[in-house]
Ligand binder design. Sequence first.
Ligand code: AP5
Ligand code: ZN
Length: 214
Amino acid sequence: MRIVLLGAPGAGKGTQAQFIMEKFGIPQISTGDMLRAAIKAGTPLGLKAKEVMDQGQLVSDDLIIGLVKERIAQEDCANGFLLDGFPRTIPQADAMKEAGVAIDNVLEFAVPDEEIVKRMSGRRVHPSSGRVYHLVYNPPKVAGKDDVTGEDLAIRVDDEEATVRKRLNIYHEQTEPLVAYYQAAAKAGETQYNTIDGTQSVEAIGKELTAILA
Ligand code: AP5
Ligand code: ZN
């Protein structure tokens, strides 16, 4: 099963990725998490990506496409994977097509911009695993601590309101065209496409996804 999660920053991709990964036993490939890990490790990729990401801009297609191709060639992706935050531009989607990587299911999370701005201010993350929480909507069991490791949670550098608004603009300009792109692919029978109302509760969305993917 090869799945693409499509949606604006803060639409809930990472939150539901966690759920799908556990339920269906396929690895989550979050390009955002991979880049943040590279920044933390101080690799050449991380050094290139840091400034761009902190400002809410997109990292270059070439870098990202290389990163994803390398990752999906690994053994644990043989039975499928879940792409979270990729593709994010038409060239990235074309690169998958050209590499012969067929996508079974595209899941689009629809959430209005203003709701997203509200959500981001309450987001807390566990940096090393990518687990995501929200102070009000999805709180950790112990305040400020990751449920699994008990380690400290952090605020993402790019979650400041001005940066979130910039990321939303970039989403509308560069990523949203993928909605029509994959809907056309679905019409041609190349993939399945589902739009999910991402303003529902985390649990309600999880149930809807279970029904879609069953
Ligand atoms: P990335 O890490 O992918 O960020 P993003 O797409 O902007 O998405 P987010 O992680 O912000 O949101 P999400 O949809 O995962 O929401 P979440 O579940 O956390 O990318 C970061 C940067 O890396 C990019 O800006 C770019 O620079 C670079 N990059 C990455 N991929 C790239 C690519 N392919 N090409 C070029 N550059 C790339 O939820 C958000 C909050 O809401 C949380 O607090 C959560 O608890 C809460 N929440 C979730 N669901 C619900 C719900 N149903 N109800 C209430 N609250 C909810
Ligand atoms: Zn995410």
